[in-house]
Design a protein around this ligand. Structure first.
Ligand code: ZN
Length: 191
């Protein structure tokens, strides 16, 4: 379990990345951390890419319906424009942002803000997803969470797509993806 880092330097910001496959509890963990910051009386802003309209337009919602208010944005630059006087910035579904997101996250952290980013580390082909590799490289703290393989019950690291669509951006629902472990994922690929 991630325990909040307590810097002695009041002006110090940092970056935390929560990554993993579909259904691994990334958003749950993001919400948990942001709730604790709110309990600590910190000012928190949460952003998500505009395309994620699965459950709600203005909330970050996890698969088990845990929700927290958020602002949908169409580009990473908008986050900078909308962030004033905050202690903590949360970003969900970071894999869908443009490549400018890493620079935005660094800028926020350099201003002394704690930035908590959640995103899919790999797409359905097992390829690193969008800006996630850069965000992981830049982060002080990384938490990789895991789902359970739907084929064998092992720890799942991959998101297997169970539809025939081939676009990288297919916003996830239970009927489009299933989490799989390494061996079940690559077995499925060859079939
Ligand atoms: Zn498996």
């Amino acid at each position: 379990m991630f325990i909040e880092f307590n810097s002695q330097n009041r002006k110090a910001g940092w970056v935390e990345v929560i990554c993993g496959s579909m259904f691994s509890g990334k958003t749950e963990e993001l919400i948990r951390r942001l709730r604790r910051a709110i309990i600590a009386n910190q000012k928190v802003e949460i952003f998500k890419p505009d395309l994620d309209k699965r459950y709600s337009d203005t909330e970050v919602v996890s698969h088990n319906q845990n929700a927290i208010p958020s602002t949908p944005v169409t580009s990473s630059q908008q986050i900078l424009l909308l962030t004033t006087e905050v202690d903590v910035v949360g970003i969900d579904e970071a894999q869908f942002f443009d490549s400018g997101i890493t620079e935005v996250v660094l800028e926020l952290a350099n201003r002394g803000i704690r930035v908590v980013v959640a995103g899919l580390d790999m797409d359905y082909t097992g390829t690193p997803f969008g800006p996630m590799p850069d965000l992981l490289a830049a982060a002080e703290f990384i938490t990789k969470v895991h789902a359970i393989c739907q084929q064998c019950g092992s720890l799942a690291n991959y998101s297997h797509r169970i539809t025939n669509q081939s676009s990288q951006v297919l916003v996830g629902e239970k009927d489009s993806y299933e989490p799989r472990c390494r061996s079940c994922f690559y077995e499925g690929e060859s079939r």
